[in-house]
Ligand binder design. Structure first.
Ligand code: MG
Ligand code: MG
Length: 260
């Protein structure tokens, strides 16, 4: 299996398609388990169990990004309310009105897929609903322009435009990426950009698009655990992500969830 270049082979794509389906199913199960009273640690344990039961490896467990002194201790990133991404599961009890970002990845037959969504806990307020729907809409808008011949800048432009139109802001320090042989591959895909700028997309590229959207300020802060990012103003943040396959036409969403 070649480990270089951004365009995947048919054989690799078949494995990523299979992995994407498994990951989507796991995220649906996690979403359905989110209720007032469950802890973030219980969700993390459930994620790991579902992955291992399926014969796959949790991609995030013990992953150490460059420059970070400690490995990530969980199988799931769980980010509640003002936590933006990379939150760590633990004793925190979810309560009615929270919004919870769940982001995870698996290594299936040697290849990685990555996906996330933000889930309401019971009833949530109107602005939280708008934030979640604008973020999911931004992902759809990004996917719609992710086709061969367009550029990485076209994706960022479409995502930010959708977010701004709904009165929210994108986080500029974090974004999407290539995925497959590794959890994070080139290119980096900002959630803002200029039409026509940046790397040109080719059929066969596999990308993780992931708008990360704040309710208030776009500015972020890293917590002392080395992983959890929070909003500086402690307003809320939402996150949706899919692994997609670029084609000559509409992108194929490899991590598409079959149940809503
Ligand atoms: Mg992710
Ligand atoms: Mg990702």
């Amino acid at each position: 299996m070649p480990k270089q270049g951004m365009v995947k082979t048919e054989k690799e794509i078949a494995i990523l398609r299979e992995g994407g389906k498994r990951l989507a199913w796991i995220l649906c199960a996690l979403r359905d388990a989110i209720k007032p009273g469950i802890t973030t640690g219980e969700l993390d344990a459930l994620a790991e169990k579902l992955m291992r039961d399926g014969g796959d490896e949790p991609a995030f467990l013990n992953y150490t990004p460059e420059g970070v002194p400690v490995p990530f201790p969980g199988s799931l990133c769980i980010s509640v309310n003002d936590e933006i991404v990379h939150g760590i599961g633990g004793a925190r009890v979810l309560k009615e009105g929270d919004i919870v970002g769940i982001d995870t990845g698996i290594k299936h037959k040697g290849l990685y897929t990555d996906s996330a969504l933000t889930v309401p806990v019971g009833n949530i307020d109107e602005n939280a609903k708008k934030l979640i729907s604008a973020t999911e809409g931004a992902l759809t808008a990004g996917i719609a322009v992710a086709r061969a011949g367009n550029t990485v800048g076209d994706i960022g432009y479409a995502i930010e435009k959708h977010v701004k139109e709904h009165g929210f802001v994108v986080v500029e320090e974090l974004g999407g990426h290539g995925v497959g042989y590794k959890q994070h591959e080139d290119p980096h895909i900002s959630n803002y950009g200029d039409k026509g700028k940046g790397l040109k997309l080719k059929a066969g590229m596999v990308l993780a698009l992931e708008p990360i959207v704040n309710e208030g300020t776009r500015y972020i802060k890293l917590m002392p655990d080395h992983y959890t990012y929070v909003t500086r103003d402690h307003k809320r943040s939402a996150h949706f992500e899919h692994t997609i396959l670029v084609t000559e036409g509409e992108a194929e969403v490899l991590t598409k969830r079959l149940s809503q």
